[in-house]
Ligand binder design. Structure first.
Ligand code: GRF
Length: 217
């Protein structure tokens, strides 16, 4: 039996991906301990959800720090106090310094609301609508210093419908994120993920649905 994995999740807002991960972990009895949820904003609604679900919460207010380096140093200290095996970025709306990212190399995941490498940065649903793509989606990836460019763990595709607004498309993608992200985190804690030459290899049981077959219904 593998040891329990300790997880720290970082949020800035709503926390619906965090909630989906906590629910899946409880329902599926993952060998994981959620050591803390940390937010850079005391107002993040996700903090209330985390507390209700019995996870310790911390706030490291980004507004209190003069620059990225000092905030990231304080955040790193707060995270490392919990000695996590994995850091999960779940709607953490901060650009991170290289030093911070490198400290968690190979043990920090992010979810980005597009099929990377398309549509990096912000307003991904607007970018997708403006590009006129027929298929959009979300990506879970390991975090590396280059924004939204780390090794891809898994992706989910959703259709772009003719009458879609930014909001309707965002809602469809978010729904898929809530299935995609828990699965990827579970793979990490089950030690199924390895990075080889900058690409993620996934060792799955023979009867598992392969990651490239994961499409939104
Ligand atoms: C999600 O769309 C995620 O892909 C992006 O930020 C949003 C966070 O939403 N990184 P929530 O806080 O998990 O509800």
């Amino acid at each position: 039996m593998r040891a329990m994995k300790r997880i720290v999740m970082l949020i800035s807002g709503r926390g619906s991906n965090m909630q989906a991960i906590l629910r899946a972990a409880a329902d599926e009895q993952w060998p994981a301990e959620f050591a803390a949820v940390i937010s850079n904003s005391a107002d993040a609604p996700g903090l209330v959800i985390a507390a209700e679900m019995g996870v310790p919460t911390r706030v490291v207010p980004s507004a209190d720090y003069p620059d990225r380096a000092s905030f990231d140093a304080a955040l790193q200290q707060a995270i490392d106090d919990f000695a996590p095996d994995l850091v999960v970025l779940a709607g953490f709306m901060r650009i991170l310094t290289d030093a911070f990212v490198l400290h968690y190399q190979g043990r920090m995941l992010n979810i980005h609301p597009s099929l990377l490498p398309s549509f990096v940065g912000m307003a991904t649903h607007r970018q997708a609508l403006q590009a006129g793509v027929r298929v959009h989606g979300a990506t879970v990836h390991f975090v590396t210093p280059k924004l939204d460019h780390g090794p891809i763990v898994s992706q989910v595709a959703v259709p772009v419908l003719p009458d879609d607004s930014e909001q309707s498309l965002a809602a469809r993608v978010l729904d898929s994120e809530h299935r995609l992200y828990p699965q990827a985190v579970r793979w990490f804690i089950e030690e199924r993920l390895t990075i080889v030459d900058g690409q993620v290899r996934i060792q799955l049981p023979v009867d598992a649905v392969p990651p490239q077959a994961l499409f939104s219904p």
